[in-house]
Design a binder for this molecule. Structure first.
Ligand code: AMP
Ligand code: ZN
Length: 467
């Protein structure tokens, strides 16, 4: 299995992914805090997660993607108080909106999206093991992590080890901490929390934000994660503190590959709910553009580089995407016999695309290969020189690219849902591994969802069963 190379924030190097038990890849991603509609900065990060998961699947990996949903923290509680409604009402609403945005963007839903409030016992158990290993202290009913007990603290962010700023999300707990850089694991109940509290051996309260990711990733993926992703703003303190909690509790490496995504900025400023300069997916629709246009725009810049949001940029992306989709449709006009130069052009484009993605997801080079293929195909079609077999080869290259980029479906035709495309890809890679039991299992799974897959010389074709 040839997995792509990605920048590992732990080493600051571009390294091949090296999962512990291939072909399985455990992917844990930091999901949304559901106190408002997600903005397009968040969505860019979620699209980068999806691109990584789809690229790994196209390489034969059996990806288990787990994304947490933060449904209890200062921000969600503040919002519920501000609106005068129960916490659950706020979080249910924004979680539903979030899922609708993911579906509109053809994001393959993660296998599990655990809510923090459903895993409190895991979090309590984690605090207990940290207590047992001498990493904690209590003050005023809250439990803190004592950073001085963990010599490797700071290895991810590489910030100076003393005088670190206190975690931005632990606002009203400064007084009791012994050191500014210590962080809260469990927050004692305060009247502001209302009825949101859980009983724990160390007192009634609620978990700190960092604790949820350490506890839930361990619950679903074990003590060591193959890949952990999040936005670059999470490197410190969130991911640094996750490492402290997880490694403090197990003594084992928490993450093999840490991958961080760049910001969407509005002019030079980070787009963020707290700055009030946010745009949602509705801003894209207001421009008369499709969610897939935003998808193309967001994926056309390498995941770790910042992008500046602009209407011109979105419109240019929509145009580039439309050109690719139009060519894909036009390929059906080819009637020539035999094979011509188109077949080798398609094969070359496909391998350039794969090589570019292997190189730390170099999407510019990958998309350039597709656009060059498009130009060549249009040229051959214009001269009436495109053989049917060449067109099929080009179509197979576009279908492969669509499995990864997820925005080259021809409109008007029922687009294959993202989860179905993912299964088709998974089955294809199982077949390549000659794992026919797995490929059969996936075929049955597809049939149960109402889809039939047929293997053709140009690759698998999927259609609605019974049509
Ligand atoms: P939050 O809902 O704030 O917990 O953030 C959810 C995810 O979106 C995290 O991985 C953040 O790092 C990421 N994120 C937040 N703001 C931006 C932005 N402006 N651009 C890209 N990613 C962001
Ligand atoms: Zn997290």
């Amino acid at each position: 299995m040839n997995l792509p190379r990605l920048t590992n924030t732990l080493t600051r190097q571009v390294e091949p992914l090296a999962p512990l038990a291939p072909p399985k890849v455990g992917l844990y991603t930091c999901g949304p805090t559901v106190y408002a509609r997600v903005h397009i900065g968040n969505l860019r990060t979620f699209l980068a997660y999806d691109l990584v998961a789809r690229t790994l699947r196209a390489r034969g990996a059996d990806v288990v993607h787990v994304m947490n949903v933060t449904d209890v923290d200062d921000r969600t509680l503040d919002e519920a108080r501000r609106r005068g409604v129960p916490l659950r009402e706020v979080t249910d609403r924004h979680l539903a909106e979030f899922l609708a945005d993911l579906d509109a963007l053809r994001v393959v839903r993660p296998a599990v999206m655990p809510r923090a409030t459903e895993h409190i016992p895991d979090m309590v158990a984690l605090v207990r093991s940290l207590e047992a290993r001498g990493h904690t202290y209590e003050a005023d009913g809250s439990v803190y992590f004592r950073i001085a007990t963990l010599p490797g603290y700071g290895k991810l962010s590489r910030l100076p080890t003393s005088g670190l700023k206190a975690g931005a999300r632990v606002s009203h707990d400064h007084y009791s901490k012994e050191e500014a850089r210590d962080f809260v694991l469990w927050k004692a109940w305060t009247p502001d929390d209302g009825d949101v509290a859980w009983d724990a051996p160390f007192g009634r309260g609620r978990p700190g934000w960092h604790l949820e990711c350490s506890a839930m990733s361990r619950h679903y993926l074990g003590e060591t994660l193959d890949v952990h992703m999040g936005g670059v703003d999470l490197v410190f303190p969130h991911h640094e503190n996750e490492i402290a909690q997880s490694e403090g509790a197990t003594g084992k490496p928490f993450v093999r590959h840490f991958v961080h995504t760049g910001f969407v900025n509005l002019e030079a400023v980070k787009m963020s709910k707290s700055l009030g300069n946010v745009r949602t997916l509705d801003a894209v629709r207001t421009l008369g553009l499709a969610p897939e246009d935003f998808r193309y725009w967001a994926l056309s810049v390498r995941y770790r580089d910042p992008i500046v949001f602009s209407e011109e940029g979105l419109v240019a992306a929509a145009r580039a995407r439309a050109d690719l989709v139009a060519l894909r449709k036009r390929l059906r006009e080819a009637t020539g016999e035999g094979t011509g130069p188109g077949t080798s052009a398609a094969a070359a484009a496909r391998s350039r695309l794969d090589e570019a993605l292997d190189d730390d997801l170099n999407v510019s080079a990958a998309l350039a290969a597709l656009h060059e293929l498009k130009t060549e195909m249009n040229r051959l079609l214009g001269r009436g020189e495109l053989a049917r077999a060449d067109a099929d080869a080009a179509e197979a290259a576009f279908a492969h690219a669509d499995g990864i980029f997820g925005c080259f479906a021809v409109p008007g035709e029922e687009a294959t849902p993202a989860d179905v495309s993912a299964l088709v890809l998974e089955r294809e890679t199982a077949r390549k591994r000659r794992d026919f039991a797995a490929s059969d299992r996936i075929r049955k799974d597809l049939a149960a969802r109402g889809w039939a897959v047929e293997d053709t010389p140009a690759g698998p074709k999927v259609r609605r069963a019974g049509r």
